[in-house]
Design a protein around this ligand. Structure first.
Ligand code: GLP
Length: 235
């Protein structure tokens, strides 16, 4: 795996947008695996700027997002669907019907997990999967466990993840306790993986990518991916 260190969040965001933009240029109908959180915000705004400048065309791109909170409808401002719509999808020419996230408000989450797994497989797995990393090493919402969960599944979020995510909610009790996430299988089947991490993730980046591969640090599995790039910003 490649670990690229840059000196600022701006450089991280520009480089990540270069890599994603190149993917769209090389394969206009590519499948982009996308992520939410604070880390990709700069990447998405760079992609929007390039689209507005006429440099990128998303009209044939298909997208699959990693995860969604359980219990939130897509029009809830805290949902990941809302995040993606407002930060990227509504600002570029991707067709809404080509954008996919798990449905956190589905009545039967087991059926929803099977539906989403089958959908990602039918799309041929992501050509490029963008990832952030949680303070405990989670990717998507694959939390530290005894084994690597392979398929789409629902998870009970750990206390540390709920605490980290509470900054984005008005009241701590509003933070969802469960989520639905792509498994490690789909992430490992992505043809390329791009993980972005800011300076606040220095410790977990060290553990995940310079330490042993273990399901207790889920991102560590990326050491075994055939084409993984980590962009880490020192500031
Ligand atoms: C959430 C998301 C992850 C994301 C992580 C880090 O838990 N499910 O996909 O990588 O947060 O988020 P941030 O980039 O805001 O630190």
């Amino acid at each position: 795996m490649r670990i690229i260190e840059v000196e600022s969040y701006e450089k991280l965001s520009a480089l990540a947008a270069d890599i994603i933009g190149a993917q769209v240029l090389i394969k206009p109908d590519c499948v982009l695996g996308l992520a939410t959180g604070s880390s990709p915000l700069g990447t998405y705004s760079n992609l929007v700027k390039r689209y507005e400048a006429g440099l990128l065309d998303f009209s044939r791109v298909r997208t699959v997002n990693l995860d969604e909170y359980c219990g939130l409808k897509g029009d809830d401002p805290q949902s990941y669907r809302y995040f993606m719509d407002t930060n990227l999808f509504n600002k570029v020419n991707v067709k809404k019907e080509n954008t996919n996230l798990p449905d956190g408000s589905a009545g039967d989450m087991e059926a929803e997990s099977e539906r989403y797994e089958a959908l990602v497989e039918a799309l041929g797995w992501p050509d490029l999967q963008l990832l952030g990393i949680g303070q405990n090493g989670h990717i998507g919402f694959n939390e530290p466990e005894d084994t690597f969960p392979t398929k789409v599944h629902t998870v009970k979020l750990t206390e540390s993840t709920i605490k980290a995510n509470s900054r984005l909610f008005d009241k701590p009790e509003d933070v969802p306790t469960h989520a639905i996430t792509m498994g490690i299988g789909a992430i490992m089947k992505a043809k390329r993986v791009l993980l972005i991490a800011g300076a606040d993730k220095a410790e977990i980046v060290e553990r995940a990518f310079r330490g042993p591969v273990t399901p207790q640090v889920p991102a560590s599995i990326l050491q075994l991916h055939r084409d993984a790039t980590v962009i880490f910003s020192r500031a």
